[in-house]
Design a protein around this ligand. Sequence first.
Ligand code: SAM
Length: 288
Amino acid sequence: MTVNPDRVQWTLDSAHTSLREFWNTSATWFNASPGQRTPALVAHLLTGLEERKQRCQRVLDLACGAGRTTRAIHQELRPTSGTAGVDLSDVMIRAAREESSQTEALAVSFHEAPAQALPFHDESFDLAFCNLGLMIFPDTTAALREVRRVLQPEGLFRATVWGREEHTTLVTLMPRVASSLDIALERPARSNFHLGSSDALASAAVGTGFVLSEARPVALEFPFDNGSDACNQMGISMESPSPRLAGLAHAERQHLVDGCEKEADRLLDLSHGTLTMDLLIGEFRPCA
Ligand SMILES: C[S@@+](CC[C@H](N)C(=O)[O-])C[C@H]1O[C@@H](n2cnc3c(N)ncnc32)[C@H](O)[C@@H]1O
């Protein structure tokens, strides 16, 4: 199928509409965090691409959020025809455009679209990335097919997904504490860890025009000053709560925030002041 990017039309089903709402509401706390995790994540995402860097022309960053990762990838690879970031959330895309300097704006563009309807011609990119997005898409197959369509036959797609749930204290903190306090939180339709094994990534590629060429585990530790600092950066606060918390009554929310801060303090004591993030970087190559 050949796509004219000026004519791409898309409508959102209910799963995508609520996902967009979720990320539009999450943008405030997500973008307020200092972004100290981005350099480490980008360094792992780009490992071993030195040779491709020499001949890199155009790069896609899917689920780009407010563009922190997009800009870091662009600065590292310097593709001759620029970098495009795409995100479902209009609030994220507005923030990404606002945060770009004028110089950057010439080479880095941001586009509002769902992963399954990318506003680009076939074979537009030689490299594509997706940092912490693939595992939350409602339709992984449709997204992979679409990335394959816009990627050149010799291209490469790398996606960072959550790895082992039990080693990701940073994001399991709130649901674990909520469950121990008997507080019902809204949950995603399926676990955000569902792609966290090489088997799961390989199965996701079936029928998409990609094969999984590598699944590289990465374990990261991030330092925090104390439990309150960690919670603030994860949207576990009274002032700027993540949407899952915002739906709770005031007293219940306070109870959960207090519980999370206490638990984060305990975890930080046990692990020398850090919380952990277990990731898997899937590398996909177009099938021959
Ligand atoms: C965890 S954030 C990651 C943001 C960014 N990659 C980063 O590294 O900071 C996940 C992003 O995926 C986006 N997203 C979720 N579902 C999407 C979809 N179907 N198509 C495009 N973007 C999507 C959200 O709007 C959100 O900005």
